[in-house]
Design a protein around this ligand. Structure first.
Ligand code: FAD
Length: 283
């Protein structure tokens, strides 16, 4: 077993430093930004990776394990590492009795108070890497809580380099309040990093959220199809995808339309994957 594999199974502990609600109080959806501190010297999560939260188990199970994306570039602090998660409070309707039940891990996390300790494993998965060439295009497509690592990627990019010469494009979609993540009245922080000539963000929401209508990410891509296709064909463009995977078929359909045919899209897609410029965390 390699060092990395061994570290995936290690149970670590982190303390909650703060928990902020990102969606406005009047929105039914609750998404929280949680900041944790872990004192393990060998714990170094990176953007694009996940950690496996071990919530208290139910029905005789010791743990209820669920994955969460690292939402911010981790910061070394107080002889350890501070990292954050962006968590949506999840509930579901039981098919048999029609009752609404709270999701175990997401509610456990959203209810945590500062000072509480969580157990977790990881990091797992492959980190996002930035292109070496500053003229390279960066295309990000994020859905729901998937926008969280992109916010950190954009911030890292402009903080690290001051400016980026290639095009940086973010398409993000959500059903209702989620589209306001990091951009609502209380939290305008993404806006601090977007005053850059190379950056543009395109928001897609559901036209009829109450009726569970699909998010129009495909429409946002279609409206910018020429630019998206031009970027995808550039040999240096990096493509980053993150968020709920049920939206992926809709996104891929829009990319096929932008390419003009499935064959053209597949050829470009295979090229991006083969040259290591494709990053995805879909769930
Ligand atoms: P659970 O208790 O596990 O319930 C979830 C689902 O299980 C329900 O919707 C339902 O379909 C089913 N279910 C469970 N019990 C029953 C039952 N009795 N009857 C019927 N159905 C049932 N989420 C985030 O908020 N932020 C992230 O950054 C994030 N990153 C992720 C990254 C990856 C790679 C993956 C795979 C997932 C990610 N998730 C993320 C989702 C997260 O891991 C959890 O799946 C989510 O929070 C729900 O977990 P839960 O324990 O709250 O719900």
């Amino acid at each position: 077993m390699s060092g990395d594999e061994a570290s995936i199974h290690l149970i670590r502990r982190a303390t909650l430093v703060r928990s902020d609600r990102l969606t406005p109080e009047q929105m039914p959806e609750e998404v929280r930004h949680l900041v944790f501190h872990c004192g393990d010297a060998d714990f170094a999560p990176r953007l694009g990776q996940c950690i496996r939260i071990l919530a208290p188990g139910q029905f005789g199970n010791v743990h209820h394990a669920r994955l969460y994306l690292v939402a911010d570039a981790p910061v070394e602090r107080d002889e350890g590492v501070e990292f954050s998660l962006c968590v949506k409070r999840h509930d579901y309707i039981d098919e048999f009795n029609g009752e609404r039940y709270p999701g175990v891990a997401s509610n456990y996390l959203c209810d945590l108070k500062p000072g509480a300790t969580v157990e977790f494993q990881g990091p797992v998965g492959y980190p996002f890497a930035l292109p070496v060439d500053r003229k390279a295009g960066i295309l990000m497509i994020g859905m729901g809580t998937g926008i969280a690592p992109f916010r950190a990627l954009i911030r890292t990019l402009y903080e690290l380099y001051g400016s980026w010469e290639g095009k940086v494009r973010l398409f993000y979609g959500a059903k209702t309040g989620l589209d306001m993540l990091y951009m609502n009245d209380e939290n305008k922080d993404l806006a601090q990093y977007v005053h850059q000539p190379t950056f543009k963000a395109f928001k897609a929401v559901s036209p009829r959220p109450a009726l569970d209508a699909p998010i129009e990410l495909d429409r946002a891509i279609a409206q910018n199809a020429a630019e998206v296709w031009e970027m995808l064909q550039q040999p240096e463009t990096h493509l980053y995808l993150a968020g709920v995977d049920r939206l992926w078929p809709q996104v891929e359909k829009a990319l096929v339309a932008a390419a003009g045919s499935a064959a053209r899209w597949q050829a470009v897609r295979d090229q991006i994957k083969a040259s290591g410029r494709w990053y995805e965390v879909l769930y």
